[in-house]
Design a protein around this ligand. Structure first.
Ligand code: N01
Length: 558
């Protein structure tokens, strides 16, 4: 038997679709924890994973320099998954690199014996709800089929790559790579001329590494970011032990926090402090490195422009200190948007990379890229001849992969049609017209505005809790009531409008994809507040969801 074959789940007779209680799509952090949680309920589960291994984001994003921007000690499954794993696993760096995170997820998979219920190389191309049978019918790219009562998407937020349609893109004669589908065997840039397009969190990690090998790197920057120093380093074993000793409290704190990290948030506004008082606060966070800069300095950056201006100027001043050429520093210093209204990348040597003689920053804002030619990139009438182009151009985030799965609910309603003008959900986890479809880290849930494992854990446990509730009460399906969905969307939009986020072009608001509805995709009310809301819904018998038994529908709650 191959290691990827399943053993326990029901099997299809020849030519027939296999039946399961639940189908989970994706075997990253969320798919693995969902599988584990549903198994504990005694359900038959099949996970379909497009890749040939587990890992999700960490399976696909193998570009040079790829690492986690959350501190590794908080970027893992908690005691809820397994105390044993928590005790056994030790991270080697403050921010774990992609190979180590992938090894961790493989370790968890084997330790929890999850592999036998995962089918690899299995891309879901359609998922259609049959109201008669109350089942989801799934089709795979290879023609395979299956059905299940529950369909749970665990496809991640950043899993459909975005490559801009530059004229001539197919004519390039050299090597082209998108960072989100990096070759597993790696790429050797030694002695090569390389164009990197994009300067988001991915490019900020990749450029310093590529520059170490390449003959020359041209970085095409459209929008500069407020990159915060990561200050990555080998993990001090004393620190790791301290964190481990305190894990229960720290996880609880992270669960109740705004952004899924157990940091010391101080409720205060930068405008209430003089420049002399602010400076040491900023400097301390800058020296510490990581998201402390955004979270432990002042607490109103996202809602108070004046407060935000102070931290934005501080970061700009740091960029000017790090970059030797004043003109390059000015180009790298963002002025068009406030701090943290785009995801601030963590940098480990990014700014200093522009002091190298083999790295050139190009302004693709003033003079947009005109075309890709057989030899390179043409911009501002100049052809930059290169051997390789790296597209660090991001993703069709949060909805791209869901829409690509052919999800069709009651009455033939396609998800992309229902969400044509923007997502419509209840708690980001469910959507009306799609009974028993649950979305992990979907739009209108905290997802990417949280340290992901914390957001994932909450989503998975809530979904498992609901499925358990249905079973215990002899109910078949759950689907949001129209009113509950409308209210959630209204609440989500209200919270979003109270922030500065909608005013900045970012993938958080869909601005990176032409034609994508502009709305804040993740929920910005905080992962802790969201958890309480969801818990309250559960305690009230899943208020807002219509729960039905076969034949006789009965509304539970609103
Ligand atoms: O993608 P992005 P990413 N011409 O969309 C540019 C997470 N992440 O892969 O800003 C020229 O942020 C685009 O320019 P602009 C993290 O949440 C996590 O870097 O649209 N440029 C931008 O510079 C992050 O936010 C970690 O003006 C064009 C870049 O391409 C998310 O992934 C590590 C262009 C795309 O940046 C996505 O980051 C890395 C064009 N036509 C990433 N089109 C960890 O924590 C696009 N661009 C592990």
């Amino acid at each position: 038997m191959s290691e990827n074959q399943t053993t326990t789940a029901p099997r299809a007779e020849e030519g027939q679709a296999a039946d399961f209680d639940a189908i989970v799509v994706g075997a990253g952090f969320s798919g693995l924890y969902m599988l584990h949680s549903l198994r504990k309920l005694g359900l038959s589960v099949r996970v379909y994973e497009q890749g040939d291994g587990v890992g999700g984001t960490w399976y696909w994003n193998r570009y040079p320099g790829a690492r986690c921007d959350s501190e590794s000690v908080y970027y893992m499954f908690t005691d809820h998954m397994s105390e044993e794993i928590l005790g056994e696993w030790n991270w080697s760096e403050r921010y774990a690199a992609q190979p180590e995170i992938l090894r961790y997820l493989e370790f968890v998979t084997d330790k929890m014996d999850l592999r036998r219920d995962i089918q690899f190389n299995a891309k879901v191309v359609s998922a259609v709800y049959d109201p008669e049978r109350r089942r989801w019918d799934i089709r795979l790219a290879d023609g395979g089929a299956a059905s299940a009562r529950f369909l749970i998407t665990a496809v991640g937020c950043l899993s459909s790559t975005n490559t801009p349609k530059f004229p001539g893109i197919d004519t390039f004669a050299g090597e082209s790579y998108h960072t989100g589908t990096w070759p597993h065997e790696g790429v050797d840039f030694t002695g090569k001329r390389v164009a990197v397009i994009g300067t988001g969190a991915t490019a900020v990690q990749a450029v310093p590494e590529i520059a170490k090998q390449a003959a020359h790197v041209w970085v095409f920057q459209r929008t500069p970011n407020y990159d915060i120093p990561g200050r990555n380093r080998p993990l001090d074993s004393g620190y790791a032990e301290e964190v481990k000793a305190d894990y229960r409290d720290l996880w609880q704190k992270a669960r109740e926090s705004g952004f899924g990290l157990p940091y010391q948030i101080v409720e205060r506004s930068a405008v209430d402090y003089s420049p002399e008082e602010r400076q040491p606060i900023f400097e301390a966070a800058w020296a510490k490195g990581g998201f402390y800069m955004g979270l432990e300095t002042f607490s109103d950056y996202l809602v108070n422009r004046e407060s935000n201006d102070t931290v934005s100027e501080f970061v700009r001043s740091k960029i000017r200190e790090m970059v030797n050429d004043p003109a390059v520093a000015e180009l790298l210093a963002p002025k068009d948007h406030p701090f943290f209204t785009k995801r601030p990348p963590l940098e480990n040597g990014y700014y200093e990379t522009f002091n190298r003689p083999n790295v050139t920053l190009l302004d693709a804002r003033s003079t947009p890229i005109e075309e890709i030619t057989p030899h390179g990139v043409r911009m501002d009438g100049h052809e930059y001849e290169v051997d390789a182009i790296v597209y660090a151009t991001g993703f069709d985030a949060m909805t791209g992969t869901l829409f690509g799965m052919g999800i069709t609910g009651r009455d033939g309603l396609r998800l992309q049609d229902k969400w044509r003008d923007g997502p419509l959900t209840y708690l980001g986890l469910t959507t009306r017209g799609f009974p028993n479809l649950f979305v992990i880290t979907g739009p209108q849930s905290p997802s990417v505005l949280s340290n992901m494992p914390v957001a994932i854990e909450q989503n998975v446990e809530w979904i498992a809790g609901l499925i358990q509730y249905l079973g215990e009460h002899g109910l078949d399906t759950a689907e949001p009531a129209q009113e509950a969905e409308d209210k959630w969307v209204e609440h989500h939009n209200q919270v979003a409008s109270a922030t500065l986020l909608l005013g900045t072009d970012s993938w958080w608001v869909g601005a990176n994809i032409p034609g994508k509805p502009r709305t804040l995709y993740p929920y910005v009310g905080g992962v802790g507040a969201f958890r309480s809301l969801c818990q309250d819904v559960a305690e009230k018998g899943y208020e807002g969801l219509v729960l039905t038994k076969e034949a006789a529908p009965a509304a539970a709650g609103g």
